[in-house]
Design a binder for this molecule. Structure first.
Ligand code: SF4
Length: 227
């Protein structure tokens, strides 16, 4: 595991639980709004934290920390992710995986071995804008679609989430829901910043989105006030 960061305590990353957060190094996407830019290069080991140190910390705080969130970067790129989570399981930790959904086989294997309790997957954009928003060419979108289906059917707690970056139109949200056939557990998140464009989200846009949500599918909103 190439772990670039570790947050000892979080009250917001695992719903209803006190969690620690592990940030893995390396991502296969390049979203313009990524706020973990230092985590993107898979070969960068400059801030590496030894997994054993993290496991030791968690072992000492058994009973105080309920869960571990494995985030990134993109955790499914880590070769020994499976073994690392197994170690967490020996401490009876709940485990949440944050993923961009590009590695359905890894996801399937973790679910099969009962190593996850909660999965949060990003839906970056409608299918026709995926490469633009993720700044990634030749992206295998069928893998992303496969991950969505795996998560929908796995029976675990989960959420799909989209960061409403300025490059997305409000109408893209219903398109995402249609493209991925999402019926529930969908969260629209505020975009904190983007290197592509710095435009504050128009309140009218959010109002439209709320109205659409009221008439169609209940959406959750995270990080912004909707009025
Ligand atoms: S998938 Fe996440 S970590 Fe990777 S570039 Fe996009 S926002 Fe950053």
């Amino acid at each position: 595991m190439n772990i670039a960061g570790f947050m000892k305590t979080s009250f917001v990353d695992y719903p209803g639980k006190i969690a620690s957060v592990v940030f893995t190094q390396g991502c296969n996407l390049r979203c313009g709004y990524c706020h973990n830019l230092s985590l993107l290069d898979i070969d960068d080991a400059s801030t590496s934290t030894v997994p054993e140190g993290i496991l030791e910390f968690l072992f000492k705080r058994k009973g105080m920390i309920d869960a571990v969130v494995v985030s990134g970067g993109e955790p499914t790129l880590q070769r020994d992710l499976h073994d690392f989570i197994k170690e967490l399981r020996t401490m009876n930790m709940l485990v949440k995986l944050d993923t961009n959904g590009t590695n359905p086989n890894v996801l399937r294997a973790l679910i099969k071995d009962k190593l996850l309790d909660f999965i949060a997957m990003d839906l970056k954009a409608p299918l026709n804008k995926y490469e633009y928003i993720t700044e990634t060419s030749c992206l295998n979108l069928s893998s992303v679609l496969k991950s969505v289906e795996i998560i929908k059917r796995c029976g675990l707690a989960h959420e799909f989430r989209t960061t409403l970056c300025p490059e997305l139109e409000v109408d893209d949200i219903p398109r995402i829901i249609l493209d991925f056939d999402i019926a529930n557990n969908y969260v629209v998140q505020r975009c904190r910043s983007t290197k592509l464009k710095k435009v504050p989200r128009n309140k009218q846009d959010l109002k439209r989105l709320t109205q659409w949500s009221n008439m169609n599918l209940p959406l959750s909103f995270r990080g912004f006030e909707v009025g």
